[in-house]
Design a protein around this ligand. Structure first.
Ligand SMILES: Cc1cc2nc3c(=O)[nH]c(=O)nc-3n(C[C@H](O)[C@H](O)[C@H](O)COP(=O)(O)OP(=O)(O)OC[C@H]3O[C@@H](n4cnc5c(N)ncnc54)[C@H](O)[C@@H]3O)c2cc1C
Length: 576
């Protein structure tokens, strides 16, 4: 059943209580209720995902941050960004951040998963082992316009799961230029027909969680189809405010009671088997800390009684920094006018509404590159390579056929533009999530420490240079003739480019690692490789906070993989 207030709950006990109906939480809700004897309650702080057009139209995903479907967090002032404070989007809605994200769907390289297996000493996380969970979570479907996508993706490496994934369903003039430039430059920019094949470097077509021209999310693909199961209750508009100790075991305190709160009011629900925290990279550590689970000294200084001493809770926050690089172009084959001109916007939206066709069936970028740094890059001097392996990238370039207003620079009133979004995907900067207050409704302190290491800034400088090299290639010179625009035009030296990056970087919104997994007997980490909370009983964590290290890719795909494996681990632990 579906509830909008804790007072409506008819039961106080469930086998599993899932905190957070986001990406991972929705997968678990579906998989655990496949067995009709298992009762599950999902508690989601945010709103319903249905009835919000911008959530459905892929191209309009960019408009969701900062609205009522976003927690509207901000970072602390970032030293690496000249003290700037960034908005830090997180989904406040069923489907979580996957309902408001920009839809790129990646699985990561084989190296990414094999490194996870080695860090956690659990071969169950290796590429070969998690393959079945990738295949179980998503399927490659035809693009919205039905074009023959031979050579743009390889159906053989894809599965038959509920999340629909497709190549762009509306071609743009720069798509061919990107492919021709890849063919011409080769080497670090060689064409890769399918990034989801295990080799995650090169230039290729974007794969996105879009089916039939609509966003496909954990809410639409996993939750909606099973909403009517009698053993599943979904409660929205309800924030869990802490876990309550319900007993003691030989592994430590038992936390099988979740407290749900509204200012001045509290309710409790009990998990007969486990509470599963899927509150995401910010919500999960915040809840652990509020419950007395974390670094004891920090908890004591906030006058929270420490119940489980876990120094890693809230640490190791990693994210991918992103810089929009703008180029003015002489072609009018860009979509800039759609954003500027109400009639054009209305017609494009009308086309989407009438037939799920046109520009709005895509996320803003159709093509992208994942690149490794040159071996002699100053970024790599004196450090071991932070990427998972040679089939994983250091940087990413997304090619956008218009002015992507992702940073602080507004779209100019006139002109045609191409944006290259450059990102560092193997960052070494690490930050934290800590409590600002013991009030569960107060926003936590989020410090992703963007561009705080030499590697990250030097890698970003290389990516900015790569963007210019790419757009200087001859295929662009006939119709587009790209010219660096704005601050980029003045960033001539490497030092200038570093300053430009610090002034213009935002994030790709890929935070991970604030409750990372580690081998069961190690003295670091927050959960073991079965995702069970260390030093306690009755709690498992299943979301992007358990990533032992940030993957060199967009991370929703890995969240689905983690959640699918977690469902199997839980079923097997209870013989379900
Ligand atoms: C703007 C944006 C763009 C992105 N673009 C991409 C992209 O293009 N490709 C990609 O792969 N990834 C992208 N990501 C990242 C990706 O979407 C996330 O990494 C992924 O969805 C995280 O899944 P999760 O299950 O860990 O957390 P979430 O999906 O965020 O789920 C956590 C859920 O818990 C709820 N919650 C939190 N605290 C509580 C509480 N105390 N009580 C109850 N409920 C609570 C939240 O409301 C939320 O619904 C993007 C993210 C954002 C925000």
């Amino acid at each position: 059943a579906f509830f909008t207030s804790p007072s409506q709950l008819s039961k106080k006990q469930y086998d599993f209580v899932i905190v957070g109906g986001g990406t991972a939480g929705s997968v678990l809700a579906n998989r655990l209720t496949e067995n009709s004897k298992v009762s599950v309650l999902v508690i989601e702080a945010g709103v319903n995902h249905q009835g919000n057009l911008n959530l459905e139209v892929p191209f309009l995903g960019v408009t969701l941050s900062g609205t009522q479907v976003d927690w509207n967090f901000t970072t602390t002032p970032q030293n690496g960004l000249n003290g700037r404070v960034l908005p830090y989007a997180r989904g406040f809605v069923l489907g979580g951040s996957g309902s408001i994200n920009l839809l790129t769907f990646n699985r990561g390289s084989d190296d990414v998963w094999n490194r996870w297996a080695s860090l956690t000493k659990d071969q169950g996380w290796s590429w070969n082992s998690v393959k079945k969970y990738y295949l179980k979570s998503s399927s490659l479907v035809p693009p919205a316009d039905g074009h023959d996508f031979t050579g743009q993706a390889n159906p053989a490496v894809h599965g038959n799961g509920p999340v629909e994934v497709s190549v762009p369903g509306f071609s743009l003039p720069i798509d061919d230029l990107v492919v021709s430039t890849s063919n011409q430059l080769g080497g670090r920019f060689s064409f890769n027909v399918d990034f989801n094949s295990g080799k995650f470097v090169g230039v290729g077509f974007m794969q996105s969680s879009i089916g039939g021209g609509e966003r496909s999310s954990a809410a639409t693909a996993y939750l909606e189809p099973v909403e009517s199961r009698r053993n599943l209750d979904i409660l929205i508009n309800a924030q869990v405010t802490k876990l309550i100790q319900s007993g003691t075991s030989k592994s430590g305190p038992i936390f099988q009671v979740a407290e749900i709160g509204q200012p001045g009011k509290r309710w409790q629900v009990m998990a007969l088997k486990e509470v599963i925290l899927s509150a995401g990279v910010i919500g999960t550590p915040q809840l652990l800390l509020l419950s007395g689970i974390g670094p004891s000294a920090a908890l004591t200084s906030l006058q929270i009684t420490p119940l489980v001493d876990l120094p890693d809770v809230g640490t190791n926050l990693a994210d991918h920094p992103l810089v929009p690089n703008y180029f003015q172009v002489s072609s009018n084959g860009t979509w800039d006018d759609v954003l500027r001109n109400g009639d054009n916007f209305g017609a494009t939206l009308g086309l989407w509404q009438a037939s799920r066709q046109g520009l709005f069936v895509n996320s803003p970028g159709n093509t992208l590159a994942y690149t490794r740094l040159p071996a002699n890059s100053p970024a790599l001097a004196g450090i071991s390579d932070p990427a998972a392996g040679s089939r994983s990238a250091h940087t990413e370039l997304i090619f956008v056929d218009g002015f992507a207003p992702f940073g602080s620079v507004p779209q100019p009133a006139t002109g045609n533009f191409v944006t290259v979004l450059t990102a560092v995907v193997s960052p070494t900067s690490r930050g934290s999530v800590t409590l600002a207050s013991t009030d569960p409704f107060a926003k936590p302190l989020i410090n992703p420490s963007i561009l705080s290491t030499n590697f990250d800034i030097q890698a970003m400088v290389q990516a900015i240079k790569d963007a210019q090299t790419f757009l200087n290639a001859t295929p662009w010179q006939k119709d587009f003739k790209p010219v660096p625009f704005g601050d980029l035009a003045n960033a001539r030296t490497d030092t200038d480019k570093a300053s430009f990056a610090r002034q213009n970087s935002v994030t790709v919104n890929h935070p991970a690692g604030t409750a990372r997994m580690s081998p069961a007997n190690s003295n670091w980490g927050v959960v073991d490789s079965q995702l069970k909370l260390k030093g306690a009983q009755g709690v498992r964590i299943v979301d992007a906070s358990v990533f032992p290290v940030i993957p060199e890719c967009h991370i929703q795909g890995p969240v689905y993989i983690v959640a699918e494996r977690a469902a199997d681990l839980i079923k097997s632990a209870y013989g379900l």
